[in-house]
Design a protein around this ligand. Sequence first.
Ligand code: MN
Length: 237
Amino acid sequence: MRVLPASAMPYAIPPAAIPALPIHGSDALFPIHRIYCIGRNYAEHAKEMGAPVVSRAQPVFFLKPADAIVPGGGEVPYPCATQELHHEVEMVVALAHGGRDIDASHALDCVFGYGVGLDLTRRDLQAAAKAKGLPWDAAKGFDASAPVSALRAASEIGHPARASLSLRVNGELRQDTDIADMILPVADIIAELSKLFELKAGDLVFTGTPAGVGPLQRGDRFHAQLQGIAVLEGRIT
Ligand code: MN
């Protein structure tokens, strides 16, 4: 049997490109491994969804495929198979290091940087899945469901404990909070995720949305902002 080094291993078909995000002040890109998301991490949003807030003991996690990313926003296609596309503005955390069973006291050492993103959701499919106790993949993990801004390196800005997080649609303020209102702060989210998954360099974490989620229509312009850190702008096409 011929043994080839990994670098020379032939693929039967061309491998997919590595999804990546731009980084402020750098020509290098941030290569994305996985996209993790936490649910119900702001009390007022849990209330508007008629759900209990996230349990500290058993947080609600789900994933999006890495290639659901829309780097830097811009034109975002309205997805098929829904009549109710919803916006969820969220702070996004990018990991430079991973591991298993990471202690919350060291978790921020894993963080590469921060950005702002939209956890786009087919709310009608999610409601149907919830009603039947079925998985959320089709509601959350569809193509182009994760527009995310350029990242700002923690080496530049540190680890923000408070910052205004907001979303405007066609100039109208739809969502507005401070990340200090998260129920599980970033360090705790990383610690909890690492009990379930081996985290890796390149992982992104959506940290939950505040109240004010609502519909997006074709033609809508969105402007998401994590104050002093990141801006994400674009249009639903
Ligand atoms: Mn969300």
